[in-house]
Ligand binder design. Sequence first.
Ligand code: FEO
Length: 169
Amino acid sequence: MINIRMEKAINEQINAELYSGYLYLSMSAYAESQNMSGVANWLRVQAQEEQFHAMKMFDYVNERGGTVVLDAIEKPRTEWDNFVEMFEEVYAHEQKVTALINNLVEIAMEEKDHATFNFLQWYVEEQVEEEANASGLLEQLRFVDGKGSGFFMIDRELKTRVFTPPVAE
Ligand code: FEO
């Protein structure tokens, strides 16, 4: 059975993952309002990924005999100055999530909770990909200065992203 400290920390992370999804969905709505449907699609798929991250923790807490307690989700920002600025925020946000995951790993070590330590390794790896995706896209957007025909080509490419749930382990 999961202990109280670990359970509380994972419940907080479920909220952080849901907030991440909410933030990306808000960015997606803004991109749609600017007729950038590829960017909007990429962010919408990203929001689905965040929902998946939250639900994987939701299932884990239940599996370990704990109780999932959902808290209010903070209101996300609704407007950005431009898409370079938006993706700077995406990248910074993912770095923040990595720090939160690392903190959870440290709690698992302190609590000698080997099962949770193992469970969290999936997120440690996932964050490497999350940061790489965000920073890669940010670099591309910076390269074209977030506008012009280069940006339209990037937008067209981002239309092709689809959500693929990772295979259950
Ligand atoms: Fe759940 Fe984007 O990290």
